[in-house]
Design a protein around this ligand. Sequence first.
Ligand code: MD3
Ligand code: FE
Length: 203
Amino acid sequence: AAEPLAEGAVVLRGFALPAEAALLDGLQRVVAQAPLRRMVTPGGFTMSVAMTNCGALGWVSDRRGYRYAPRDPGSALPWPAMPQAFARLAVAAAARAGFPGFAPDACLVNRYEPGARLTLHQDRNERDFGAPIVSVSLGLPAVFLFGGRERSERPRRIPLAHGDVVVWGGPARLRHHGVMPVKSGDHPLLGGCRVNLTFRRAA
Ligand code: MD3
Ligand code: FE
């Protein structure tokens, strides 16, 4: 059930479903220690997506810029450890997509309430673009925008549902991407929101 999206990008539909209970348990533990919060962009806008992190490094944004940091700026404590179920799933998905030996040191947790979105962007804050990015969709469905190397390239729309895992590597790694505003709904496990786990090798 590996659908190639483009060179370097593979969708594994439902790949996270066997681990869903362990993932939700890990998610609860992470957000209890490092609460979700809406960060401010360097331009001064508050993002519609609420975020937190687990693992050695966490992605943060504020007026000074975007970066990876070893501590939660809200508490000054280290980010919570990456739950074993998270790391296992990310490593298995990467291997299935042709990236053996993926060793994520950062997991960004994105929570979308209805209307929340991510405008087209590139992920360029990581040191090594040779490592893939693994993303796990949970809860409400979303339409993912998958563009090109140039921002001007018209993006494709890819529906992503609860349990879908996407691996982005190789020539797909620096393509623009985003998420359309999430529509309201009621998911049996997550209620009225979408959660995306994004695993990266940041350092
Ligand atoms: C395609 N998050 O946190 S993950 C992000 O669903 C982000 O929350 C989205 O984009 C979300 O930066 C999408 C999927 C993703 C991540 C990185 C990519 C897709 C990508 C890098 C290159 C191409
Ligand atoms: Fe991104």
